[in-house]
Design a protein. Structure first.
Length: 119
């Protein structure tokens, strides 16, 4: 079996076809981390540049000691991308502390945007 499931890839590509440059995630209930509460997270993926991509790649290398081989399926890469795109300037430690379902929804939007840029 391959590392990337073809069924998941096709579903992600279908969602990517309708992805937009901006996304506002409204938390089901306010999310608090280190005394800061988030009711929503506004992401402007369209504002990211090649410099951001390179900086995220470098962050993964430096912080995790590994190379992000396939960024579109690298959760750490995607969530670091979310941090750079967030209007609220959320940091990595905060976003990875988000509730599981919320985290997955946000990650999937980041993945859809990145997949769309590769189409």
């Amino acid at each position: 079996m391959s590392a990337i499931d073809n069924k998941q890839l096709k579903a992600a590509q279908a969602e990517a076809a309708t992805a937009t440059d901006t996304y506002t995630h409204v938390f089901k209930k306010p999310f608090t981390y280190e005394d800061k509460t988030y009711e929503q997270l506004t992401l402007d993926f369209g504002s990211l540049t090649g410099r951001d991509f390179m900086a995220i790649d470098r962050e993964v290398r430096e912080c995790e000691g590994r190379v992000p081989i396939v960024p579109v399926y690298d959760t750490s890469f995607l969530m670091r991308m979310v941090c750079r795109a967030s209007k609220e300037k959320i940091d990595y430690d905060t976003i990875v502390a988000a509730p599981f379902a919320e985290f997955n929804a946000i990650r999937d939007k980041a993945r859809s945007f990145l997949l769309r840029t590769e189409m």
